[in-house]
Design a binder for this molecule. Sequence first.
Ligand SMILES: [Zn+2]
Length: 444
Amino acid sequence: MIDTQPFWNPLLETLDREKLQQLQLRKFQRIFKWAYDHSRFHRALYDRAGITPADIRSQDDIHRVPTVEKSMMRDIQRKDPFPYGDALCVPLEEVTEFRQTSGTTGQPVYQPDTWQDWEWWAECWAYILWAQGYRPRDRVFIPFGYNIFVAFWAGHYGAEKIGCEVVPGGVLDTASRILKIQELKATAMMATPTYVLGMADAARNQLGIDPAILSIDKITCAGECGASISSTKYRMESAWGAKVYDHAGATEIGAWSYECQAQSGGLHVNEGMFLVEIQDVDTGKIITEPGRRGKMIITAFDRIAQPCVRFDSKDVIEWADYDCPCGRTYRLIKGGVLGRSDDITKVKGVLLSPSAIEEVVRGVQGLGNEYEVVVEKQGDTDRITLKVEFVPEAETRRTDIERELVDQLRLKTNLRYDLQFFSLGALPRYEVKARRFKDMRAKS
Ligand SMILES: [Zn+2]
C-alpha cells in the first residue's frame, strides 16, 4: 500500500452512486438470504411479514423488510444455542469472539463473531484509520481497558492491519498511560471524548505535563458524540495539539462511519459495507433528502454469525447537503450522530437533545469539561438542573460566565435551567462512557 494513497479502498470509496446502489442491493440480497436461511429468529420475523429473499428486487423492497430492535434480541438470548439463541447463523464452534453491549438501556445483548467476522471488523476500522491519516509509520497507543465491550478492540486490529505499531494501554492507570505515551513518542491514540479530556487534565494536574507537547498528532474518538460537537472537539484539539476525529460504531452493527482528514463537519457512511436508511420517527417513511432528521436503520452486509439486517439503532442522524472535498462519494451524515431517539426527550413540551447542552457548556470559556443535567418532575412541570464547574482562574468572572451560559442555553435549547456551580473536580468523572443526563421523571 502506497503511503500517500488517500483512500483505503480507492475503488469503493469513489464509486459513482448508481454503481454503489447496485452493489448495495446485491449485498443486501445476499445477507438477507443468509439470515433467512440460517436464523430461526429472522425466518420467523420475515415469514410473519410475508417477505422472502425472492421479493427483494429493488431499493424500495428493502424498505419493506421488518426492522429488528435490541429488545427483540434480549428476548431470544440466554437460550440454546447458549447464550446466543435463535439468531445465531453458524454452528457454535465457529464462534471465536464474545462481546456484549454495555447495558445502558437495559439487559446487555450478547454478540458472537466468527473469525471471518473479526477480520471484517478490522477491515471496517482500516477505512476509518486510513481516512484519518494513520499510516504504517504511526505508533498507536490504546488507553482502553480491554474487556467484554468491543470499544477499541477492533480499532486495535484495524491499526495492525494497515501496518501501524500498536501499544495496548490495557490496565495501566491514567498517569502510567501518559508516561508511556511520552516514553514511546506515540503518534496517535483512540479514546472516548470524556477520557481524552480527562487524560489531558491528569497530565497537567498530576504530572505537570502539558499534553500539547507530547507527540500525539491524531486522536480517534468513539462511544460518545463529543468529537462531532464543535466546542468539545476544540477543547480536545487544543489540549493535545492534535487533530481529533470522530467515528461511529456499535457492538451489534460494526464500525459504520468515519470522519476524514477534510473534517468537513460530518461522518462518511461506509456504504460499501453498510446500508444506512433514515426513517422518519412519526411516519415511518424513509428520508433520502438532506436536512431532515430521523432514526437510523442499518444493515451490515458482511457479518455472518449474528447478522445485522435493518437494525433499528435509535441513533438520530440526517444526510448532509454537501459533498466532502476529500473526494469520497460515500454519503455524509451531518454533525455525526446527533443523539439517540430515546434520549431526545420532551422537557416542558420542548424537544431536548443532551448533546445541545454539551455544545453550550463546552463552548463557554471558564467552565470545566464536566457537567450534569438532571430533569425532575415538580408538581405539573419539569425542572431541569444543570451542574457545571468553574475552572479556578475563572471564579472572578463568575457573573459574566453565568450570563453567557444562560443566554446560550436559551438560544440553543429554548429552555430555562436551574444552574448549580461547583469548583473544579467536584462532579463525577468517567473513564469510558459518561452518564451526564439523568431523567428522574419516570422514577418520581
Ligand atoms: Zn471526506
